[in-house]
Each structure stands twice: as C-alpha cells, then as structure tokens.
Design a protein around this ligand. Sequence first.
Ligand code: FAD
Length: 472
Amino acid sequence: MLVQRFASIVGSAGIVADADVARGYRADWRGLFEGEALCVLRPGTVEQVSQILKLCHAERIGVVPQGGNTNLTVGAVPDRTGQQIVLSTSRLRRIRDVDAVDMTIVAEAGVTIAELQAAAIDVDTLFPLSFAAEGSATLGGAISTNAGGTAAVRYGSTRDLLLGLEVVLPDGRVWNGLRRLHKDNAGYALRHLFAGAEGTLGVITAAAMKLAPLPRAREVAFCALPSEDAVGDFWMLLRAAGEGAVRAAEYISGTSLDLVVYELGLRAPVHASPHYVLVELTSARAEAGLRDRLEGFLAEALEQGLATDAVIAQNEQQAASFWRLREDQTEAQKRAGLNFKHDVAVPVSKVGELLVKCRAALEARFPDVLVAPFGHLGDGNIHMNIIRPPMPGRDTLPDLEAHIGAIVYEIAAALGGTFSAEHGIGTIKVKQLETTRSAVELDMMRVIKDAFDGQCIMNPGKVLSIVEVLPI
Ligand SMILES: Cc1cc2nc3c(=O)[nH]c(=O)nc-3n(C[C@H](O)[C@H](O)[C@H](O)COP(=O)(O)OP(=O)(O)OC[C@H]3O[C@@H](n4cnc5c(N)ncnc54)[C@H](O)[C@@H]3O)c2cc1C
C-alpha cells in the first residue's frame, strides 16, 4: 500500500522494481553491510522529492538519501528492518548553469564530480574537487560528506567551494538557498549545516559551487623519502618552493606502494623506499616556470637528505601512471584482504610521529597485519589503513576492529588529531563520535538535529545514535 503511494509520486521510472538492481542500493561500497529497504526511489524532480518527504513525514518512514553510494562509512544504506526507503538522486542530473564570469556552477545533486569537472572545462574553468571515486560520487554526496580529496590542500574541502543550496526539508518544504554569491553574511550560514550532515537534516537537491581558474601548466613528480622524520620537512620545503602552486602532496607508504604493484601490476617509478610522496604543481599561467620550481625543489630535497630519489613525469601519460599509484590504493587494499580503515588527521607537523607510533604499536600487537597508510600529506590527513589476510578462527572481526581502532585513534588524539578527517561518521563511527566529543558539542549537534528533524526520519542511525521507533 505504502509502496504504491510512493510509486504514484515517482511513476514507474522512479522506483527500482528489479530485486538484483535494488541490492546495489542496499549494500555499501566496501561490502561491510547489506540492509533491507521498503523500496528504492529515484525521483526525477525536486517536486517529487518534496512529495516523498511529505509522505515519509506523515507516516514516519525513515529516508536514506543516496548519491553514488561510494562513501566508506556505511552511510547511505538502509538498516535491516525493511522499513526505510532509499532515496537515490541518480535522476537529478541537470547542470542548471555554468558561469565563467561569476566563476560558479549550479547543478543538481545527482551530477557526478567527473561531470562537473567536464562542464567546468567546457567554459575554460576548473571544478577543483577531485578524488578517486569522482566518476561515481555525486555533488550531493560530496557536500553531505564534506569530501576532501587530493586538491584540498590548494582549494579546501567541499564546504569551501559551497556557495548555495536547494534542500528539501524533512517535512517536505523546499528551501531555495541557491545563491551564487561569493560573499553572503545574511544570518546563520545554513548551507554549512547541510555540508557534512550526511543526509541527517534534509535532502540536498541542487547546489551552487565555486569554480577556479583552469590550470594551463602542470608538473608531476614521484619522490622517495628515506624516513618518517623527513616527511614534515619535505612538506615544508615543498610548500615554500611551490610558491602557492602545490595542487597535491600525496603520501604513500612503502607497504601501500607494494600493494598496488602486487595486486594491480603497476610499476614503481623510483627505487624501493619506506615512504613516497606524489607532488603536483599547477598554474593558470602557461609560462609559470613550474618545471624550474620543481627541479629546484627536488635538488634541494635530495641535497638535504629529505628525498633519496625522484622522477619528474615527462608527459601526460607518465603523469597519469604516477597518479594511478595513488588513486588505485583503495582498490588494491580491498583486494589484499580484510581492511581496517582509519581516516585520521593530525597537525601536519605531527604526521611523521603519527606514522612511527602507529606502525610500532600495531606491529607489536598484531604481527600478522600490514600497516599500509597513505593520504593527503598537505592536510595532515592520513588513511591509516591496516590489512590482514583472512585467517579463520583468529580474533573475531569486531574485536580486532575495536582493538586496532583504539590504538590508532588514541595515538591520533594524543597528537591533537581527529578520528574523522574527510570520510564522515556514517554508522561505523557513531560510537567514536559520541565517546570522544564533549557533552557540550554533542548537545549542540542534537539540538540542530532536533530543530530540523524532530521525528528523526532523516538517515536514522547515521552520525548520531538518536533512535526513534518509527510506526509503519
Ligand atoms: C576509491 C575511493 C576513493 C575515495 N577517495 C576519497 C577522498 O579522497 N576524499 C574523500 O573525502 N572521500 C573519498 N572517498 C569517499 C566517497 O567517495 C566520498 O565520501 C563521496 O563524497 C561520497 O559521494 P557519494 O555521491 O557516493 O555519496 P553516498 O555514498 O551516496 O552518500 C554519502 C552520504 O551522503 C548522504 N547523501 C548523499 N546524497 C545526498 C543528498 N543529495 N542529500 C543529502 N544527503 C545525501 C548519504 O545519505 C550518506 O550519508 C573515496 C571513496 C572511494 C570508493
């Protein structure tokens, strides 16, 4: 009966009838969890989203917004009750406006990051957000997780690009806050409440985002570093030598590089080392002298013993092959065994210490695991990933996960860091949030949640463990 009422809102094109197809919407990207759904809806207009939420509000039905479903925290899938709907944005796909004078793009929530990049290039501008899942991840998902990615060191995370939003609130009202202003201080910055809210406050249907000048020059280098001690000084030297041109400084541990070589057959361009950094400089000026700057930096780094080997890409193809070593990390680790992922960040000056302490503590306690960190060095954001080949009969998975997590999070916290830098909370870090943030901070979050979604119908169980029994 309820399903029929939803179907009458979205029509046959807007409801996923095939059970096999629907499964893709119920299981998370990492294969950690598969839920059940009352139905999977794919509304094609903002009006349809509004009608769906009105119905869910009236009947108290949980709504799980979903974009590309590439998040790594089990944040976009329903629970096992079969009483929540999945609201996919996969048919909200219009780019409404691109403006090269105002440097803005307005697009619907289901447009992918790669499509936004392409639309920006069409008018000679850059949509700066970039990460390995950009072909599937959507604008709505990126805003809702406040995604970071490889260029955040230059352009900031998603919220730094966010100018305006169109949102359907839990009761079905539509807020049109799609302003394209680069400055707007009129009252509370409501758009920033939805950035990083992971679908717990409403459904984003469209957004206005900043563009940047399109780079005309680019240089990419792959560098080998001798020790953790060198990592911080390498970054400081690069930042100074780059003179504002650093677009990426991506850290890859020796173990992580070995995994992409072994699992995916990729080739390392420099000699074997315990640490690597992929460096990219870009400039909007074609004659910016980037090659000179990069060569000067590398000569200095080699002389100071901060690097032991380095190769500058000689063409686009070689640059792409360097980037694959970084971008295919998640895929290679997925193939290598059980993954225990930790998206921590510490002050950049503490990254070396984080690497030393985590490796020592984890290898001492768990001799069977591979400690395979990689991440965004310039932001101090390290994915402290631990991999273990399946070994039946050993510690049960939740035990192991809890032990490993406790070690990593304690070290990061002691260094002034956070347990969640860019992936958000989803369901898997709810406890961590509630046990590490102060009572005052958690109170403010709950008050915000209650103000927007008093019935707790929006993405129940994600971010905060406020659980409401939902009549159905
Ligand atoms: C290989 C790989 C590499 C990655 N690299 C990075 C990286 O470098 N940096 C990074 O930050 N992340 C990275 N991620 C994680 C992921 O891609 C990002 O979190 C991305 O922003 C998720 O977008 P999505 O469209 O897939 O969102 P989904 O996974 O569908 O959803 C994410 C969250 O947002 C909510 N949501 C989705 N759409 C809406 C909407 N329209 N309105 C309200 N809520 C919504 C969902 O309910 C969920 O809570 C990576 C993932 C993979 C698989």
